[in-house]
Design a protein around this ligand. Structure first.
Ligand code: DNO
Length: 349
C-alpha cells in the first residue's frame, strides 16, 4: 500500500516538513486550488506543487480532487466543452507524474454534516450528522448553510440547482455519469491514470437530491460502464459506512479482488439507531467499522493502491480545518501502518 496524506497547499496550516515525519509517509494528496471547477489547471501550478512535495522527500502522484462542474452532472449544453477541459486536466496531471485522480459525482453539495466540532466526553471534537438537526431543514424554503457546503452559492442558486436535479432524477444523473465516464476513461487509460470516484457522503439522497454512488449494486453498475482499471473507486469507509446497508469489509474484499480500488480513505464512524452518525478515532473499538477486517481484506487480495487516514478528530488543542488536523490523522496513519504490518506478516509477506 502507498501511504498518503491530504494537504491543502500553501494555505494549509500543516507543513510538509511535519507530514514527512509521519512514519512510512509516501505521497501527498493535493490539488490545484487557484482555479475554479471547469477551468484548465495551469501547468506551472501543478509543477510547483510537485516541486514542493519532492523537496520534502515525498511524491506528488495522486490528486484529490479534479472537481466535476454541475453542468456536467446536470448534462446542460455546456457539458461537452467542460468534459473536454476535464480531459485536458487529466492529461496535464499525467504529464507531471500523477497516477490517480479522485473526484465525485455528488450534486450541489459534497459531504453533509450538521456540526463540525461536536465535543466528545474525552474533550476531542469531530464532525457529526444528527437527523434531529436535519429534519426541519428545507433548502427550497429556508436560507440554510450547513457546515462544509460551498458558500459561494446564493440561496437562489441552491434552489435552482436542487430543482434542476429533482427534474433529472436518479436516472438522469446516471445518464450524465455514463456519458462522462465514456469520455474521460479512455483518456485516463491512455495517460496511465486511474480515476477514483469518491462515494456520496452520506450515501443516500439528501433533501430529495439524487445520489447514486451509494451502495454495492450501484458501484457494480458504475464499474461496468467502462470495464477498465482506470475506472476505479476511491473507497471511503466512512462515507459508505454511515449506512447500515453497506458491509464495508465485504465490499473492500470484493472490489479489491477485482482490482477496482485505486484509493482507500480510511475513516471511522459511529452509527446511531436513527441513522445519525459521528466521526470517531480510527481504531475499530472507537466506532462501528472493523478496521482490522478492512485492512485484512486489502492485504489478502494483494491491494497495492493508495491509502490515507481520513477525517481525524481535533485533539490536543489543535485548531484548523475540521477533519483535517495533523495529530489525529497522524495517529490514524500509525494505526493503519500497524494493521498492514500485522496482516502482511500473517499472510507471510
Ligand atoms: C471529504 C473528502 C471529500 C472528497 C471529495 C472527492 O473530506 O473525502 O470531500 O475529497 O468528495 O472529490
Amino acid at each position: 500500500m502507498k501511504l498518503s496524506f491530504r494537504w491543502y497547499g500553501e494555505s494549509d496550516p500543516i507543513s510538509l516538513e511535519y507530514i514527512r515525519q509521519i512514519p512510512n509517509m509516501r505521497s501527498v494528496v493535493s490539488a490545484v486550488y487557484d482555479v475554479k471547477p471547469g477551468e484548465v489547471w495551469p501547468e506551472e501550478s501543478i509543477a510547483r506543487m510537485k516541486a514542493q512535495v519532492e523537496a520534502n522527500g515525498m511524491l506528488f502522484d495522486i490528486v484529490e480532487s479534479v472537481p466535476v462542474p454541475e453542468e456536467i452532472k446536470l448534462g446542460t449544453e455546456k457539458a461537452e466543452a467542460l468534459t473536454e477541459v476535464y480531459c485536458e486536466n487529466i492529461r496535464r496531471c499525467a504529464k507531471y507524474g500523477i497516477k490517480c485522480i479522485t473526484y465525485n459525482f455528488m450534486p450541489v453539495f459534497d459531504w453533509t454534516r450538521t456540526q463540525l466540532d461536536k465535543k466528545a466526553p474525552d474533550g476531542s471534537t469531530s464532525l457529526v450528522m444528527y437527523w434531529e438537526q436535519m429534519k426541519d431543514l428545507d433548502p427550497l424554503k429556508d436560507d440554510i448553510h450547513l457546515p462544509g457546503w460551498d458558500s459561494s452559492y446564493t440561496q437562489e442558486e441552491v434552489r435552482d440547482l436542487i430543482t434542476a436535479y429533482g427534474k433529472i432524477g436518479e436516472e438522469g444523473l446516471w445518464r450524465n455519469l455514463e456519458k462522462f465516464l465514456k469520455k474521460i476513461i479512455p483518456v485516463a487509460e491512455e495517460c496511465g491514470v486511474r480515476m477514483a470516484i469518491h462515494p456520496d457522503d452520506p450515501p443516500y439522497p439528501i433533501f430529495g437530491i439524487p445520489r447514486i454512488v451509494t451502495n454495492e449494486q450501484n458501484l457494480d453498475r458504475l464499474l461496468s460502464v467502462v470495464d477498465s482499471p482506470s475506472n476505479s473507486l476511491c473507497l471511503c469507509t466512512g462515507s459508505l459506512g454511515c449506512a447500515k446497508f453497506n458491509d464495508i469489509p465485504q465490499m473492500v474484499r470484493k472490489y479489491s479482488a477485482m482490482d477496482r480500488i485505486a484509493f482507500m480513505h480510511i475513516r471511522q464512524v459511529t452509527l446511531m439507531e436513527d441513522g445519525s452518525f459521528e466521526e470517531s478515532g480510527h481504531l475499530s473499538k472507537c466506532g462501528s467499522l472493523d478496521m482490522y477486517e478492512i485492512v485484512k481484506a486489502l492485504v489478502e487480495t494483494g491491494f497495492d493502491g493508495y491509502v490515507r487516514p481520513d477525517h481525524g478528530r481535533m485533539i490536543w488543542g489543535e485548531t484548523g480545518k475540521p477533519g483535517y488536523g495533523l495529530y489525529d490523522r497522524a495517529l490514524g496513519a500509525a494505526y493503519i501502518n500497524g494493521l498492514f504490518e500485522a496482516c502482511e506478516k500473517q499472510k507471510g509477506e
